[in-house]
Write a protein that binds this ligand. Structure first.
Ligand SMILES: *[C@@H]1O[C@H](CO)[C@@H](O)[C@H](O)[C@H]1NC(C)=O
Ligand SMILES: *[C@@H]1O[C@H](CO)[C@@H](O)[C@H](O)[C@H]1NC(C)=O
Ligand SMILES: *[C@@H]1O[C@H](CO)[C@@H](O)[C@H](O)[C@H]1NC(C)=O
Ligand SMILES: *[C@@H]1O[C@H](CO)[C@@H](O)[C@H](O)[C@H]1NC(C)=O
Ligand SMILES: *[C@@H]1O[C@H](CO)[C@@H](O)[C@H](O)[C@H]1NC(C)=O
Ligand SMILES: *[C@@H]1O[C@H](CO)[C@@H](O)[C@H](O)[C@H]1NC(C)=O
Length: 324
């Protein structure tokens, strides 16, 4: 059913594309086991030094760390194994789209995101080569269950965002963090915090999740968040079958707005990007603020000794759609 629907949607999009300019048309629609075809599992060392062991696709499926049904795709950290110090880390999953994108819209329909002390989940995009010179857009990211969500650009040198006067419902962290250059401020990037606590972690999950959408053009990058029961969610985002056409001009003020300007030429700073969904534990961010975020003891010890603490450390994705 979903496959037929997807096929009809893509076919309709191809037909309409030929007839109406100026809108975005569905190019990729991932639901359930479609994720296994469109994304590669990255059994790599965590570049952010997390207490995590990223496993490959066969191990992820065999251990049920990845599970696909007709309407959902689940990826999780192990929640049964006690680790000792010589183990590489807790098993987890990181997936990256085979396809790359430049100007596009991506919509994540998420039912549940990883939660728990030590968790550092992210849904984001970056280039496969020469980071950070192809840019990075963090759409949904945070640590240790601390809401709200952070939306952040990381770029090469020469990209700053205005501190005020941006058409967005979120707010820039501080004036220092309007500098997107990954080589400044220990790679803090230029972040915007979402205005609502249900944009991240336990409150997001209790609410049934919601939709994140990101539009990238050479004139701006916009990110929107709509909680699951938000009546303002546009129909072309919320329809349970993928709308073949979307019009982000009608979606209202974004949650985060990163404008192109003489202070940041987006076409120069961003290249071909892949979509990545990952879950690490501890590491450079979650580990560094583990206690100040209210989590007990030492992060690595906590991860090693408390498998049951990771029972809710999972993504449940209803779909990921890309429009171009
Ligand atoms: C996970 O995602 C975040 C996104 O900001 C990234 O900074 C981090 O390097 C990623 N970690 C791993 C291990 O993939
Ligand atoms: C997956 O990882 C396991 C454990 O490291 C390894 O034995 C296996 O050969 C890998 N499979 C593939 C297809 O790479
Ligand atoms: C595998 O994981 C899914 C999703 O979390 C769950 O519904 C299912 O019961 C699990 N299967 C087994 C055999 O544990
Ligand atoms: C830790 O795990 C390794 C590999 O599984 C095992 O060889 C070793 O005996 C374990 N050490 C302790 C103290 O449990
Ligand atoms: C804010 O933006 C408006 C419209 O883009 C502009 O006219 C105004 O000068 C800006 N104000 C400041 C303080 O930058
Ligand atoms: C983005 O800004 C740069 C630098 O000001 C400018 O050259 C370029 O034309 C702008 N691009 C768009 C699409 O507005």
């Amino acid at each position: 059913m979903i496959l037929v629907t997807a096929f009809v949607s893509v076919a309709l999009a191809a037909y309409v594309r030929a007839t109406i300019p100026g809108l975005y048309y569905l190019s990729d629609y991932h639901v359930g086991s479609e994720f296994l075809k469109a994304f590669q599992f990255q059994a790599i060392a965590d570049p952010t030094h997390g207490r995590v062991n990223y496993v490959n696709e066969s191990i992820a499926l065999a251990k049920n760390l990845t599970y696909a049904s007709w309407d959902s795709f689940v990826m999780r950290a192990d929640h049964t194994t006690v680790l000792n110090a010589s183990d590489p880390g807790r098993d987890s999953v990181r997936i990256m789209s085979y396809k790359t994108y430049t100007t596009h819209v991506v919509i994540f329909d998420i039912r549940h995101m990883p939660q728990g002390c030590a968790t550092w989940p992210a849904a984001w995009e970056t280039g496969a080569n020469n980071w950070p010179y192809e840019g990075e857009v963090d759409i949904l990211e945070g640590v240790n269950d601390v809401a709200p969500n952070s939306m952040t650009l990381h770029t090469g040198p020469g990209c700053t965002m205005p501190a005020t006067n941006r058409t967005q419902t979120g707010c820039a962290w501080t004036t220092e963090t309007t500098d997107c250059n990954a080589f400044d401020n220990y790679n803090a990037g230029c972040g915007v915090s979402a205005p609502s606590m249900n944009s991240y972690g336990p409150a997001f999950n209790e609410n049934g999740g919601g939709w994140y959408a990101m539009e990238r053009t050479n004139a701006y990058i916009k990110i929107w968040f709509w909680p699951r029961n938000d009546r303002s969610v546009p129909l072309d985002v919320s329809l349970p079958i993928a709308s073949p056409i979307i019009d982000p001009k009608l979606w209202g003020t974004p949650t985060a707005y990163f404008p192109n300007s003489t202070s940041c030429d987006l076409a120069e700073e961003f290249g071909e990007n892949n979509i990545i969904i990952n879950l690490t534990l501890c590491g450079d961010w979650a580990g560094a603020v583990f206690n100040s975020d209210g989590c007990p003891g030492d992060c690595v010890t906590y991860v090693d000794e408390n498998p049951a603490a990771f029972i809710n450390a999972y993504w449940d994705l209803a779909s990921v759609r890309v429009y171009e």
